[in-house]
Design a protein around this ligand. Structure first.
Ligand SMILES: [Zn+2]
Length: 104
């Protein structure tokens, strides 16, 4: 895989999905595939890359799913719409942003 963004999304290599800087934090998103793609756009990815990233990581996505995107605090704050990401460590909770109307 040569695209570092796709790599970050698919394998959790430790890079923020938006700026590709190293980070140990993440935010989870729960909803329809379109919601999960929109989350990537909110984080700053161009729409085409957001779709490609999601499709690669979830080639057979169910109608509703939960995805966890590794993202740094700066990028989450830059979006202006997301909670601060949580540490990806045992004992820490990663915040989950659910699609309105989707039953948990
Ligand atoms: Zn970042």
């Amino acid at each position: 895989m040569s695209n570092p963004i796709l790599q970050a999304a698919g394998s959790f290599t430790g890079s923020c999905i938006a700026c590709l800087g190293g980070t140990d934090t993440a935010i989870a998103f729960r909803g329809e595939p379109e919601w999960c793609v929109a989350a990537l756009v909110v984080l700053g990815l161009p729409t085409s890359e957001a779709v490609a990233t999601f499709d690669l990581a979830h080639p057979d996505a169910p109608p509703v799913l939960t995805v966890t995107y590794r993202v740094c605090r700066d990028c989450a704050r830059k979006s202006g719409k997301l909670p601060d990401p949580g540490l990806i460590l045992n004992g820490f909770e990663i915040p989950c942003v659910s699609q309105p109307g989707v039953v948990a």
